[in-house]
Write a new protein. Structure first.
Length: 83
């Protein structure tokens, strides 16, 4: 949660996200996590920050992602916008 931008959902900017897409290294609110779960685990693998057990690899992937700010900067610079 300490990475830049992780105090808000990567998709809708809601405060204090409690879910994550390990695939994208993004923190998400409950509503957006449901949308990601609907995409299938092949597209976005979603975990709860509080309810699920995390592997060391999953934690590492979240840390090296750079956080929500980094992800949103990537999308903006490549023709998309998240929040």
């Amino acid at each position: 949660k300490a990475l830049p931008g992780n105090n808000r959902c990567a998709d809708c900017a809601a405060l204090n996200p409690t879910w994550a897409s390990v695939t994208y290294g993004a923190l998400l609110c409950l509503e957006c996590s449901g949308r990601h779960r609907g995409l299938s685990v092949d597209i976005s693998f979603v975990r709860s920050l509080d309810l699920d057990r995390w592997t060391k690899d999953q934690i590492h992937r979240m840390v090296v992602s750079g956080g929500n700010l980094s992800l949103n900067d990537f999308f903006k610079s490549n023709g998309g916008a998240m929040s």
